[in-house]
Design a protein around this ligand. Structure first.
Ligand SMILES: NC(=O)c1ccc[n+]([C@@H]2O[C@H](COP(=O)([O-])OP(=O)(O)OC[C@H]3O[C@@H](n4cnc5c(N)ncnc54)[C@H](O)[C@@H]3O)[C@@H](O)[C@H]2O)c1
Length: 238
C-alpha cells in the first residue's frame, strides 16, 4: 500500500520503519520545509497519509490532505477543539479520517479496563479518584490526549465526577490530572482510587514508541478504502 507521512519526527521515523517492514511503500514525506508537496502527484497517489506533527499544525495538515483527496490517520494530540470541523468534513463532504489519542493495543486494552473499573467504583463513593501522567520533556500538550480519553472514561461512568481539571480539583466533582514532564519517558498513565483504608490503581507504562507506531500502520491498513470518521473502536472489537 502507498503511504504518505506528514511529520518526520520521532513518530514519523518509527512509523516509516514499521510500514516498510510490513511491505508498504512510502511515497511522500512532508515536514516543515516541504509543505508544498501536499500538492504533488506523489502525495496524491497515497492510499493514506499518517499525520504525527504538532498541536498547532494538525488541523491545517488535515485540510490539505482532504483537499488532495487523501484519507488521514491522525496521531497528533492537542487539537481536539477543532473536532467538529473534522467530523463535518467526513459527514458532509465524504472525507476519511481516523483518529486515536493512543494507537497502542496495550493502551486500548487499558482504556477498556479503565471503563470497567470506573463502572464498579461508581457504586463505592468512599473512594476518590485522580490521575497521573508522565511524558518526555518535549511534549507540547498537557494533559496528554491519552489522559483526556482516560478521564472521559471515568467521567462517563462515575456519577459523582463531572469534569477533569489540570493539577488540582476545585470541587469534589472534579477529577484532577497531575502531569509530569521528565527525561525521555514515552508515556505512563495511572488512575488511582483512594479511600481511608486502601488504594487501588491501574497503570500503563509504554516501554518505547514502537507500540504507537505499529498501531498507526495497522490503522492505515484498516482505513484504506473506507469512508467517514473512524477510531479504534471500529478497528478493535472488544
Ligand atoms: N496517538 C498516539 O498514539 C501518539 C503517540 C505518540 C505521539 N503522539 C503525538 O504525535 C505528535 C508528534 O509526536 P512526535 O513525538 O513524533 O513529535 P516530534 O516533535 O518528534 O515530531 C513532529 C514532527 O512534525 C513536524 N512538523 C511540525 N509542523 C509541521 C507541519 N506544519 N507540517 C509538517 N510537519 C510538521 C516537525 O518538524 C517534526 O519533525 C504529538 O502531538 C504527540 O503527542 C501521539
Amino acid at each position: 500500500m502507498k503511504i504518505a507521512l506528514v511529520g518526520y519526527g520521532k513518530m514519523g521515523r518509527e512509523i516509516e520503519q514499521i510500514a516498510l517492514s510490513r511491505g508498504h511503500e512510502i511515497v511522500s514525506i512532508i515536514d516543515v520545509n516541504n509543505e508544498a508537496d501536499f500538492e504533488s502527484e506523489a502525495f496524491k497517489s497515497a492510499a493514506v497519509a499518517i499525520e504525527f506533527t504538532s498541536p498547532h499544525s494538525a488541523l491545517n495538515n488535515f485540510r490539505r490532505c482532504f483537499a488532495a483527496g487523501v484519507p488521514v490517520v491522525a496521531g497528533t494530540t492537542g487539537w481536539l477543539e477543532h473536532m467538529a470541523e473534522v467530523k463535518q468534513a467526513c459527514e458532509k463532504e465524504g472525507k476519511t479520517f481516523f483518529y486515536a489519542s493512543n494507537f497502542s493495543l496495550g493502551v486500548n486494552i487499558f482504556f477498556a479496563l479503565n471503563n470497567y473499573l470506573a463502572k464498579i467504583m461508581n457504586q463505592y463513593p468512599d473512594y476518590d479518584v485522580k490521575m497521573e501522567e508522565v511524558h518526555h520533556i518535549h511534549k507540547l500538550d498537557a494533559p496528554s490526549g491519552t489522559a483526556i480519553t482516560l478521564a472521559e472514561g471515568v467521567l462517563e461512568n462515575i456519577d459523582r465526577k463531572s469534569a477533569w481539571m489540570l493539577e488540582t480539583a476545585e470541587s469534589e466533582t472534579d477529577l484532577p490530572i497531575h502531569c509530569i514532564r521528565q527525561g525521555e519517558v514515552p508515556g505512563i498513565h495511572e488512575i488511582i482510587y483512594e479511600s481511608e483504608v486502601d488504594t487501588i490503581s491501574i497503570k500503563h507504562d509504554a516501554k518505547s514508541r514502537k507500540g504507537f507506531a505499529l498501531g498507526a500502520v495497522v490503522a492505515a491498513e484498516f482505513t484504506a478504502g473506507k469512508k467517514g470518521f473512524l477510531g479504534m473502536g471500529d478497528m478493535l472489537k472488544f
